[in-house]
Design a protein around this ligand. Structure first.
Ligand code: GTP
Ligand code: MG
Length: 123
């Protein structure tokens, strides 16, 4: 899978909304409730005629013992590993969240190129 772009971030910051916007479909479930996306979810985007694969991931919660959150974490690590570039989504309507800081550390360790995406104003 070439040119893989992974959409990552803490829960409920608009990752699936951006995924749907990039792919032009509404395949990813968007909801007010956090923890809605639990699996990796692939789609295709196009940037000026260049096709790329994009993956939506669940919200990353470090160190949680919740079974679902732990499973989501595993999925996010796989997506980070296979991606060429990471879109780190944060909610610009709120202050920097402690989970953003902790997740930033995970991204730094990955040594992958990271693009910070904030204030989506998509809808
Ligand atoms: N106003 C506004 N609301 C947004 C925007 N992006 C997402 N939302 C809303 O924020 C909520 C969460 O959006 P999702 O796209 O499901 O967020 P997510 O990061 O995929 O959430 P999880 O999969 O649970 O981690 C939904 O109610 C969206 O409608 C935006 O750009 N502006
Ligand atoms: Mg989601």
């Amino acid at each position: 899978m070439s040119r893989l772009v992974a959409i990552v971030g803490r829960p409920n910051v608009g990752k699936s909304t951006l995924f749907n916007r990039i792919t032009g479909h509404r395949h990813a479930i968007v909801d007010d409730m956090s923890g809605v996306t639990r699996d990796r979810h692939y789609g295709t985007g196009d940037w000026n005629g260049v096709e790329f694969t994009v993956v939506d991931t669940g919200g990353f919660v470090p160190d949680s013992e919740d079974t679902f959150e732990a499973a989501i974490r595993d999925q996010v690590h796989i997506a980070i590993e296979e991606a060429a570039v990471l879109l780190f989504i944060v909610d610009a309507q709120s202050d920097v969240h402690p989970l953003d800081n902790e997740f930033a550390e995970v991204l730094r360790k990955s040594k992958k190129p990271v693009i910070l995406v904030m204030d989506l104003i998509l809808i």
